[in-house]
Design a protein around this ligand. Structure first.
Ligand SMILES: Cc1cc2nc3c(=O)[nH]c(=O)nc-3n(C[C@H](O)[C@H](O)[C@H](O)COP(=O)(O)OP(=O)(O)OC[C@H]3O[C@@H](n4cnc5c(N)ncnc54)[C@H](O)[C@@H]3O)c2cc1C
Length: 441
Protein backbone atom coordinates (compact mmCIF):
# COMPACT_ATOMS: atom_id res chain seq x y z
CA UNK A 1 0.00 0.00 0.00
CA UNK A 2 1.58 3.37 -0.97
CA UNK A 3 2.09 5.68 1.96
CA UNK A 4 2.07 9.43 1.72
CA UNK A 5 4.02 11.96 3.67
CA UNK A 6 1.98 14.74 2.15
CA UNK A 7 -0.01 16.67 4.72
CA UNK A 8 -2.96 18.53 3.26
CA UNK A 9 -4.75 21.42 4.92
CA UNK A 10 -7.80 23.55 4.46
CA UNK A 11 -7.66 27.22 3.51
CA UNK A 12 -8.09 28.31 7.15
CA UNK A 13 -5.32 25.86 8.22
CA UNK A 14 -7.59 24.53 10.96
CA UNK A 15 -7.99 21.04 9.46
CA UNK A 16 -4.95 18.96 8.45
CA UNK A 17 -4.70 15.37 7.30
CA UNK A 18 -2.18 12.94 5.84
CA UNK A 19 -3.90 10.59 3.38
CA UNK A 20 -2.41 7.25 2.32
CA UNK A 21 -2.32 8.59 -1.20
CA UNK A 22 -3.42 11.56 -3.29
CA UNK A 23 -4.78 10.60 -6.71
CA UNK A 24 -5.24 13.16 -9.49
CA UNK A 25 -7.38 11.61 -12.23
CA UNK A 26 -7.74 13.42 -15.54
CA UNK A 27 -10.52 11.36 -17.13
CA UNK A 28 -13.77 9.62 -16.26
CA UNK A 29 -12.04 6.23 -16.52
CA UNK A 30 -9.28 7.23 -14.12
CA UNK A 31 -11.88 8.42 -11.55
CA UNK A 32 -13.55 4.99 -11.84
CA UNK A 33 -10.11 3.36 -11.42
CA UNK A 34 -9.41 5.46 -8.30
CA UNK A 35 -12.62 4.25 -6.72
CA UNK A 36 -11.64 0.66 -7.52
CA UNK A 37 -8.33 1.24 -5.73
CA UNK A 38 -10.13 2.49 -2.60
CA UNK A 39 -12.52 -0.47 -2.71
CA UNK A 40 -9.66 -2.96 -3.09
CA UNK A 41 -7.86 -1.43 -0.10
CA UNK A 42 -11.07 -1.03 1.91
CA UNK A 43 -10.02 2.50 2.78
CA UNK A 44 -12.09 5.66 2.63
CA UNK A 45 -11.99 8.02 -0.33
CA UNK A 46 -12.78 11.72 -0.14
CA UNK A 47 -12.70 14.23 -2.96
CA UNK A 48 -11.06 17.58 -2.38
CA UNK A 49 -12.10 20.59 -4.46
CA UNK A 50 -10.53 23.92 -3.62
CA UNK A 51 -9.98 22.95 0.05
CA UNK A 52 -11.95 26.03 1.09
CA UNK A 53 -14.30 24.35 3.54
CA UNK A 54 -13.68 25.19 7.18
CA UNK A 55 -14.99 21.84 8.41
CA UNK A 56 -13.29 18.44 8.13
CA UNK A 57 -15.47 17.28 5.23
CA UNK A 58 -12.62 16.59 2.81
CA UNK A 59 -10.22 15.04 5.34
CA UNK A 60 -9.40 11.33 5.24
CA UNK A 61 -6.62 8.95 6.21
CA UNK A 62 -7.47 6.94 3.07
CA UNK A 63 -7.38 8.29 -0.47
CA UNK A 64 -7.72 11.97 -1.31
CA UNK A 65 -8.99 12.49 -4.84
CA UNK A 66 -8.27 15.84 -6.47
CA UNK A 67 -10.18 16.76 -9.62
CA UNK A 68 -7.92 19.72 -10.41
CA UNK A 69 -6.97 17.81 -13.57
CA UNK A 70 -10.61 17.38 -14.54
CA UNK A 71 -11.83 20.90 -15.25
CA UNK A 72 -13.49 22.76 -18.10
CA UNK A 73 -16.65 23.35 -20.08
CA UNK A 74 -18.46 20.31 -21.53
CA UNK A 75 -21.42 22.10 -23.15
CA UNK A 76 -23.26 25.44 -23.11
CA UNK A 77 -26.58 26.23 -24.75
CA UNK A 78 -27.37 29.97 -24.97
CA UNK A 79 -31.00 29.22 -25.92
CA UNK A 80 -31.77 27.35 -22.65
CA UNK A 81 -28.99 28.74 -20.43
CA UNK A 82 -27.96 25.17 -19.53
CA UNK A 83 -24.23 24.79 -18.97
CA UNK A 84 -22.31 21.61 -18.15
CA UNK A 85 -18.97 21.90 -16.36
CA UNK A 86 -16.50 19.25 -15.23
CA UNK A 87 -16.62 18.80 -11.45
CA UNK A 88 -13.15 20.17 -10.72
CA UNK A 89 -13.73 23.45 -12.58
CA UNK A 90 -12.84 26.41 -10.35
CA UNK A 91 -15.41 29.18 -10.08
CA UNK A 92 -12.88 31.78 -11.16
CA UNK A 93 -12.65 30.08 -14.55
CA UNK A 94 -16.40 29.90 -15.11
CA UNK A 95 -17.02 33.53 -16.15
CA UNK A 96 -14.40 33.27 -18.90
CA UNK A 97 -15.74 29.90 -20.07
CA UNK A 98 -19.30 31.27 -20.32
CA UNK A 99 -18.48 34.67 -21.87
CA UNK A 100 -18.43 33.44 -25.51
CA UNK A 101 -21.99 32.13 -25.00
CA UNK A 102 -23.29 35.37 -23.42
CA UNK A 103 -24.10 33.52 -20.18
CA UNK A 104 -23.26 33.95 -16.49
CA UNK A 105 -23.96 32.37 -13.10
CA UNK A 106 -27.16 33.78 -11.56
CA UNK A 107 -25.40 34.58 -8.28
CA UNK A 108 -22.02 34.02 -6.63
CA UNK A 109 -20.62 34.17 -3.11
CA UNK A 110 -17.74 36.27 -1.74
CA UNK A 111 -14.91 34.39 -3.46
CA UNK A 112 -14.32 32.28 -6.56
CA UNK A 113 -11.56 29.90 -5.47
CA UNK A 114 -13.89 26.92 -4.95
CA UNK A 115 -14.55 24.11 -7.43
CA UNK A 116 -18.07 23.87 -8.81
CA UNK A 117 -18.56 20.39 -7.30
CA UNK A 118 -17.22 21.52 -3.91
CA UNK A 119 -19.51 24.56 -3.96
CA UNK A 120 -22.67 22.54 -4.60
CA UNK A 121 -21.73 19.74 -2.18
CA UNK A 122 -21.79 22.06 0.86
CA UNK A 123 -24.60 24.45 -0.14
CA UNK A 124 -22.46 27.46 -1.04
CA UNK A 125 -24.60 30.56 -1.63
CA UNK A 126 -24.43 34.30 -2.23
CA UNK A 127 -27.02 36.89 -1.31
CA UNK A 128 -30.35 37.80 -2.91
CA UNK A 129 -33.93 37.05 -1.83
CA UNK A 130 -34.79 35.74 -5.32
CA UNK A 131 -31.77 33.48 -5.73
CA UNK A 132 -30.98 30.01 -4.40
CA UNK A 133 -27.51 28.77 -3.59
CA UNK A 134 -25.44 26.88 -6.18
CA UNK A 135 -27.11 23.50 -5.47
CA UNK A 136 -30.48 25.02 -6.38
CA UNK A 137 -29.11 25.94 -9.84
CA UNK A 138 -28.16 22.31 -10.62
CA UNK A 139 -30.29 20.64 -13.29
CA UNK A 140 -28.34 17.42 -13.87
CA UNK A 141 -25.30 15.55 -12.61
CA UNK A 142 -22.97 12.83 -13.84
CA UNK A 143 -21.32 10.98 -11.01
CA UNK A 144 -19.37 7.84 -10.20
CA UNK A 145 -21.04 5.88 -7.43
CA UNK A 146 -19.01 3.94 -4.85
CA UNK A 147 -19.62 0.68 -6.79
CA UNK A 148 -17.80 2.22 -9.78
CA UNK A 149 -20.87 2.77 -11.95
CA UNK A 150 -21.21 6.06 -13.84
CA UNK A 151 -24.73 7.51 -13.65
CA UNK A 152 -26.54 10.53 -15.05
CA UNK A 153 -29.24 11.92 -12.81
CA UNK A 154 -31.71 14.81 -12.86
CA UNK A 155 -35.20 15.58 -11.57
CA UNK A 156 -36.53 13.26 -14.31
CA UNK A 157 -33.90 10.53 -13.93
CA UNK A 158 -33.86 9.02 -10.46
CA UNK A 159 -35.02 12.15 -8.61
CA UNK A 160 -34.17 10.75 -5.15
CA UNK A 161 -30.54 10.19 -6.18
CA UNK A 162 -30.50 13.65 -7.77
CA UNK A 163 -31.80 15.44 -4.65
CA UNK A 164 -29.33 13.62 -2.43
CA UNK A 165 -26.37 14.02 -4.78
CA UNK A 166 -26.66 17.69 -5.69
CA UNK A 167 -25.88 18.64 -2.09
CA UNK A 168 -24.32 15.41 -0.97
CA UNK A 169 -21.33 16.37 1.23
CA UNK A 170 -19.20 14.22 -1.08
CA UNK A 171 -20.96 11.18 0.47
CA UNK A 172 -23.03 10.02 -2.50
CA UNK A 173 -20.44 9.76 -5.26
CA UNK A 174 -17.71 11.58 -7.14
CA UNK A 175 -19.26 14.37 -9.21
CA UNK A 176 -17.83 14.27 -12.73
CA UNK A 177 -20.11 16.84 -14.36
CA UNK A 178 -22.55 19.47 -13.15
CA UNK A 179 -25.27 20.96 -15.39
CA UNK A 180 -26.34 24.39 -14.13
CA UNK A 181 -29.14 26.74 -15.09
CA UNK A 182 -27.33 29.94 -16.07
CA UNK A 183 -28.75 33.26 -17.26
CA UNK A 184 -27.80 35.90 -19.86
CA UNK A 185 -24.64 37.80 -18.92
CA UNK A 186 -25.24 40.96 -16.86
CA UNK A 187 -23.38 43.65 -15.04
CA UNK A 188 -23.80 44.75 -11.43
CA UNK A 189 -23.77 48.20 -9.88
CA UNK A 190 -22.31 47.91 -6.39
CA UNK A 191 -22.90 50.63 -3.80
CA UNK A 192 -21.46 50.39 -0.28
CA UNK A 193 -22.21 52.67 2.66
CA UNK A 194 -21.80 52.92 6.41
CA UNK A 195 -25.17 52.96 8.23
CA UNK A 196 -26.46 52.76 11.82
CA UNK A 197 -26.79 49.11 12.81
CA UNK A 198 -30.29 49.39 14.29
CA UNK A 199 -31.77 50.89 11.10
CA UNK A 200 -29.86 48.36 9.01
CA UNK A 201 -31.29 45.33 10.79
CA UNK A 202 -34.81 46.81 10.89
CA UNK A 203 -34.81 47.44 7.13
CA UNK A 204 -32.88 44.32 6.05
CA UNK A 205 -35.84 42.20 5.00
CA UNK A 206 -37.73 44.99 3.22
CA UNK A 207 -34.69 46.27 1.34
CA UNK A 208 -33.57 42.77 0.39
CA UNK A 209 -37.11 42.05 -0.86
CA UNK A 210 -36.75 44.74 -3.52
CA UNK A 211 -33.00 44.79 -4.19
CA UNK A 212 -31.23 42.18 -6.30
CA UNK A 213 -28.42 41.52 -3.84
CA UNK A 214 -28.31 43.09 -0.41
CA UNK A 215 -26.05 42.25 2.54
CA UNK A 216 -24.33 43.86 5.49
CA UNK A 217 -21.31 43.43 7.73
CA UNK A 218 -21.39 44.33 11.42
CA UNK A 219 -18.30 44.58 13.59
CA UNK A 220 -19.57 43.22 16.93
CA UNK A 221 -20.38 45.83 19.58
CA UNK A 222 -20.01 48.79 17.22
CA UNK A 223 -23.12 50.77 16.35
CA UNK A 224 -22.67 50.82 12.56
CA UNK A 225 -22.85 48.43 9.63
CA UNK A 226 -21.24 48.33 6.19
CA UNK A 227 -24.11 47.84 3.77
CA UNK A 228 -23.52 46.39 0.28
CA UNK A 229 -26.23 46.67 -2.35
CA UNK A 230 -25.94 45.32 -5.88
CA UNK A 231 -28.35 46.10 -8.70
CA UNK A 232 -28.38 44.18 -11.97
CA UNK A 233 -27.83 46.34 -15.02
CA UNK A 234 -27.68 45.32 -18.71
CA UNK A 235 -24.43 43.80 -19.98
CA UNK A 236 -23.88 46.83 -22.24
CA UNK A 237 -23.81 49.31 -19.30
CA UNK A 238 -20.42 51.08 -19.33
CA UNK A 239 -17.93 49.71 -16.81
CA UNK A 240 -17.06 52.07 -13.94
CA UNK A 241 -14.28 51.35 -11.51
CA UNK A 242 -12.14 53.67 -9.44
CA UNK A 243 -8.64 54.36 -10.74
CA UNK A 244 -6.42 51.26 -10.34
CA UNK A 245 -4.32 52.98 -7.67
CA UNK A 246 -7.37 53.82 -5.55
CA UNK A 247 -8.74 50.32 -5.97
CA UNK A 248 -5.42 48.77 -5.01
CA UNK A 249 -5.25 51.03 -1.95
CA UNK A 250 -8.81 50.09 -0.91
CA UNK A 251 -8.60 46.38 -1.65
CA UNK A 252 -5.03 45.43 -1.00
CA UNK A 253 -3.98 47.87 1.71
CA UNK A 254 -7.21 48.63 3.63
CA UNK A 255 -8.93 45.36 2.77
CA UNK A 256 -6.01 42.99 3.21
CA UNK A 257 -2.63 44.52 4.25
CA UNK A 258 -3.66 46.98 6.99
CA UNK A 259 -6.44 44.64 8.00
CA UNK A 260 -3.94 41.80 8.60
CA UNK A 261 -1.84 44.17 10.70
CA UNK A 262 -4.83 45.28 12.80
CA UNK A 263 -5.94 41.67 13.34
CA UNK A 264 -2.44 40.50 14.23
CA UNK A 265 -2.03 43.34 16.75
CA UNK A 266 -5.41 42.60 18.32
CA UNK A 267 -4.57 38.87 18.52
CA UNK A 268 -1.40 39.76 20.48
CA UNK A 269 -3.06 42.45 22.63
CA UNK A 270 -6.78 41.58 22.96
CA UNK A 271 -7.66 45.01 24.39
CA UNK A 272 -6.96 46.37 20.89
CA UNK A 273 -9.84 44.35 19.43
CA UNK A 274 -12.53 46.89 20.14
CA UNK A 275 -10.65 49.91 18.76
CA UNK A 276 -9.65 47.78 15.75
CA UNK A 277 -13.31 46.91 15.13
CA UNK A 278 -14.29 50.57 15.52
CA UNK A 279 -11.67 51.68 12.97
CA UNK A 280 -12.58 48.91 10.52
CA UNK A 281 -16.31 49.68 10.75
CA UNK A 282 -15.61 53.24 9.58
CA UNK A 283 -13.42 52.39 6.58
CA UNK A 284 -14.80 49.04 5.35
CA UNK A 285 -17.16 50.54 2.73
CA UNK A 286 -15.58 50.74 -0.71
CA UNK A 287 -16.26 52.86 -3.80
CA UNK A 288 -19.13 52.47 -6.30
CA UNK A 289 -18.43 49.94 -9.04
CA UNK A 290 -20.17 48.85 -12.24
CA UNK A 291 -18.68 45.75 -13.83
CA UNK A 292 -19.34 42.22 -15.08
CA UNK A 293 -21.21 40.25 -12.43
CA UNK A 294 -18.36 37.89 -11.54
CA UNK A 295 -15.95 40.79 -11.06
CA UNK A 296 -18.33 42.48 -8.60
CA UNK A 297 -19.53 39.55 -6.49
CA UNK A 298 -16.07 38.40 -5.44
CA UNK A 299 -13.13 40.04 -3.69
CA UNK A 300 -9.75 38.69 -2.62
CA UNK A 301 -9.67 37.31 0.94
CA UNK A 302 -6.02 37.22 1.91
CA UNK A 303 -6.43 37.55 5.67
CA UNK A 304 -7.22 34.03 6.83
CA UNK A 305 -10.01 33.38 9.31
CA UNK A 306 -12.23 30.73 10.93
CA UNK A 307 -15.92 30.83 10.14
CA UNK A 308 -19.33 29.51 11.14
CA UNK A 309 -22.49 30.38 9.27
CA UNK A 310 -26.10 29.82 10.29
CA UNK A 311 -29.24 29.75 8.16
CA UNK A 312 -32.35 31.13 9.85
CA UNK A 313 -35.99 31.39 8.81
CA UNK A 314 -36.13 34.97 7.46
CA UNK A 315 -38.97 35.96 9.79
CA UNK A 316 -36.81 35.16 12.84
CA UNK A 317 -33.81 37.16 11.70
CA UNK A 318 -34.43 40.38 13.65
CA UNK A 319 -34.98 38.58 16.97
CA UNK A 320 -31.99 36.33 16.37
CA UNK A 321 -29.72 39.27 15.56
CA UNK A 322 -30.91 41.17 18.66
CA UNK A 323 -30.18 38.07 20.78
CA UNK A 324 -26.62 37.98 19.41
CA UNK A 325 -26.10 41.67 20.13
CA UNK A 326 -27.25 41.13 23.71
CA UNK A 327 -25.04 38.07 24.24
CA UNK A 328 -21.99 39.85 22.83
CA UNK A 329 -22.49 42.69 25.35
CA UNK A 330 -23.12 40.31 28.25
CA UNK A 331 -19.99 38.32 27.40
CA UNK A 332 -17.94 41.44 26.48
CA UNK A 333 -16.78 39.68 23.32
CA UNK A 334 -13.67 41.07 21.68
CA UNK A 335 -13.44 40.21 18.00
CA UNK A 336 -11.99 42.09 15.07
CA UNK A 337 -13.90 40.31 12.29
CA UNK A 338 -17.48 41.28 11.36
CA UNK A 339 -20.65 39.25 11.20
CA UNK A 340 -21.94 38.98 7.64
CA UNK A 341 -25.69 38.91 6.97
CA UNK A 342 -27.11 37.65 3.65
CA UNK A 343 -30.35 36.28 2.27
CA UNK A 344 -31.37 33.50 -0.15
CA UNK A 345 -34.55 32.04 -1.60
CA UNK A 346 -36.10 28.83 -0.33
CA UNK A 347 -35.28 25.69 -2.33
CA UNK A 348 -36.12 21.99 -2.30
CA UNK A 349 -32.64 20.49 -2.17
CA UNK A 350 -32.83 17.90 0.63
CA UNK A 351 -29.81 19.01 2.68
CA UNK A 352 -29.93 22.66 1.68
CA UNK A 353 -29.67 25.17 4.52
CA UNK A 354 -32.54 26.98 2.74
CA UNK A 355 -34.72 23.85 2.34
CA UNK A 356 -38.35 24.98 2.41
CA UNK A 357 -37.71 28.38 3.91
CA UNK A 358 -36.90 31.95 2.90
CA UNK A 359 -33.51 32.24 4.58
CA UNK A 360 -31.28 34.81 6.22
CA UNK A 361 -27.67 33.78 6.84
CA UNK A 362 -25.55 35.07 9.70
CA UNK A 363 -21.84 34.27 9.40
CA UNK A 364 -19.34 34.77 12.24
CA UNK A 365 -15.62 34.98 11.60
CA UNK A 366 -12.52 35.01 13.75
CA UNK A 367 -8.92 35.84 12.79
CA UNK A 368 -7.05 32.59 12.06
CA UNK A 369 -4.38 33.08 14.73
CA UNK A 370 -6.99 33.47 17.46
CA UNK A 371 -8.83 30.65 19.20
CA UNK A 372 -12.17 30.54 17.44
CA UNK A 373 -14.05 27.93 19.46
CA UNK A 374 -15.55 29.88 22.38
CA UNK A 375 -16.80 32.75 20.19
CA UNK A 376 -18.20 30.54 17.43
CA UNK A 377 -19.85 28.30 20.06
CA UNK A 378 -21.44 31.34 21.68
CA UNK A 379 -22.94 32.23 18.30
CA UNK A 380 -24.07 28.62 17.75
CA UNK A 381 -25.77 28.39 21.16
CA UNK A 382 -27.49 31.76 20.78
CA UNK A 383 -28.86 30.97 17.33
CA UNK A 384 -29.97 27.44 18.29
CA UNK A 385 -33.15 28.96 19.77
CA UNK A 386 -34.10 30.25 16.30
CA UNK A 387 -33.99 27.00 14.32
CA UNK A 388 -30.57 27.81 12.84
CA UNK A 389 -29.05 25.31 10.38
CA UNK A 390 -25.25 25.23 10.01
CA UNK A 391 -23.51 25.77 6.66
CA UNK A 392 -22.06 22.33 5.87
CA UNK A 393 -18.72 23.73 4.76
CA UNK A 394 -18.15 25.84 7.86
CA UNK A 395 -17.38 25.13 11.51
CA UNK A 396 -20.08 23.92 13.88
CA UNK A 397 -20.49 21.45 16.69
CA UNK A 398 -23.74 19.70 15.78
CA UNK A 399 -24.07 15.96 15.17
CA UNK A 400 -26.61 13.68 13.53
CA UNK A 401 -29.12 13.93 16.37
CA UNK A 402 -29.53 17.72 16.05
CA UNK A 403 -29.08 17.79 12.28
CA UNK A 404 -31.78 15.19 11.69
CA UNK A 405 -34.25 17.52 13.43
CA UNK A 406 -33.20 20.54 11.40
CA UNK A 407 -33.41 18.90 7.98
CA UNK A 408 -36.84 17.40 7.19
CA UNK A 409 -35.40 15.15 4.42
CA UNK A 410 -32.40 13.96 6.47
CA UNK A 411 -33.64 10.36 6.64
CA UNK A 412 -34.38 10.32 2.89
CA UNK A 413 -30.82 11.48 2.28
CA UNK A 414 -29.50 8.72 4.53
CA UNK A 415 -31.59 6.10 2.75
CA UNK A 416 -30.04 7.06 -0.61
CA UNK A 417 -26.56 7.24 0.88
CA UNK A 418 -26.80 3.79 2.48
CA UNK A 419 -28.17 2.30 -0.74
CA UNK A 420 -25.35 3.65 -2.93
CA UNK A 421 -22.55 3.18 -0.39
CA UNK A 422 -23.29 0.09 1.71
CA UNK A 423 -19.58 -0.41 2.45
CA UNK A 424 -19.19 3.24 3.62
CA UNK A 425 -16.38 3.90 1.13
CA UNK A 426 -17.03 7.66 1.23
CA UNK A 427 -17.41 7.84 5.01
CA UNK A 428 -14.98 9.12 7.63
CA UNK A 429 -15.33 9.66 11.39
CA UNK A 430 -16.41 13.28 10.74
CA UNK A 431 -19.08 12.20 8.23
CA UNK A 432 -20.31 9.55 10.69
CA UNK A 433 -20.60 12.21 13.36
CA UNK A 434 -22.69 14.35 11.02
CA UNK A 435 -24.86 11.62 9.59
CA UNK A 436 -24.97 8.60 11.87
CA UNK A 437 -23.95 9.05 15.50
CA UNK A 438 -27.05 9.77 17.49
CA UNK A 439 -25.95 9.56 21.12
CA UNK A 440 -28.83 9.62 23.54
CA UNK A 441 -31.50 9.35 20.86
C1 LIG B 1 -12.48 32.78 2.08
C2 LIG B 1 -13.74 31.94 1.95
C3 LIG B 1 -14.90 32.54 1.48
C4 LIG B 1 -16.08 31.78 1.38
N1 LIG B 1 -17.21 32.41 0.94
C5 LIG B 1 -18.38 31.71 0.88
C6 LIG B 1 -19.59 32.33 0.46
O1 LIG B 1 -19.61 33.51 0.07
N2 LIG B 1 -20.73 31.59 0.50
C7 LIG B 1 -20.75 30.29 0.94
O2 LIG B 1 -21.82 29.69 1.01
N3 LIG B 1 -19.61 29.66 1.31
C8 LIG B 1 -18.44 30.34 1.27
N4 LIG B 1 -17.27 29.68 1.65
C9 LIG B 1 -17.32 28.25 1.90
C10 LIG B 1 -17.03 27.44 0.62
O3 LIG B 1 -17.75 27.94 -0.49
C11 LIG B 1 -17.47 25.98 0.78
O4 LIG B 1 -16.88 25.42 1.91
C12 LIG B 1 -17.16 25.13 -0.47
O5 LIG B 1 -17.59 23.82 -0.27
C13 LIG B 1 -15.69 25.09 -0.81
O6 LIG B 1 -15.53 24.54 -2.11
P1 LIG B 1 -14.22 23.70 -2.43
O7 LIG B 1 -14.17 23.45 -3.89
O8 LIG B 1 -13.07 24.36 -1.79
O9 LIG B 1 -14.59 22.33 -1.72
P2 LIG B 1 -13.81 21.45 -0.56
O10 LIG B 1 -13.78 22.30 0.64
O11 LIG B 1 -12.51 21.01 -1.14
O12 LIG B 1 -14.81 20.28 -0.44
C14 LIG B 1 -16.12 20.49 0.07
C15 LIG B 1 -16.92 19.20 -0.02
O13 LIG B 1 -17.20 18.90 -1.38
C16 LIG B 1 -16.78 17.58 -1.67
N5 LIG B 1 -16.36 17.55 -3.07
C17 LIG B 1 -15.53 18.39 -3.70
N6 LIG B 1 -15.43 18.04 -5.00
C18 LIG B 1 -16.24 16.96 -5.17
C19 LIG B 1 -16.57 16.13 -6.29
N7 LIG B 1 -16.05 16.34 -7.51
N8 LIG B 1 -17.41 15.11 -6.09
C20 LIG B 1 -17.95 14.87 -4.87
N9 LIG B 1 -17.67 15.62 -3.79
C21 LIG B 1 -16.83 16.65 -3.95
C22 LIG B 1 -15.65 17.30 -0.69
O14 LIG B 1 -15.47 15.92 -0.50
C23 LIG B 1 -16.21 17.98 0.55
O15 LIG B 1 -17.15 17.15 1.16
C24 LIG B 1 -16.08 30.41 1.73
C25 LIG B 1 -14.89 29.80 2.16
C26 LIG B 1 -13.73 30.56 2.26
C27 LIG B 1 -12.46 29.90 2.73
Amino acid sequence: MPTSTMTLRTWSRAVRWTPQQVLRPTSQDSVVAAIAVARARACSLRVIGGGHSFSALAATDGITLSLDGYQGLVAADPSTGLVTLRGGTRLWAVAELLAPYGLALSVMGDIDRQSIAGAIQTGTHGTGARFTGFAGMVRALRLVLPDGSVVDTSLDRDPALFEAARLGLGAIGVILEVTLQCIPAYRLELVESTEPIEATTRSFLTISDTTDHHEFFWFPRTDRATVRTMHRVPAATPRERPARAIELFQQELLGNGAWELLCRSAAAIPSLSRPAAEIASHVFAGPRIVDDSAAVYVAPRRVRFHESEWALPAERFEDAFAALQQRFEEESVRVTFPLEVRRAAADHVWLSTAFGRDTVYIAAHRYHAEEAGPYLLLVQRTLADFGARPHWGKQHWLGARELSRLYPRFEDFQAVRRAVDPASLLMTPYLRHLLEDQPGS
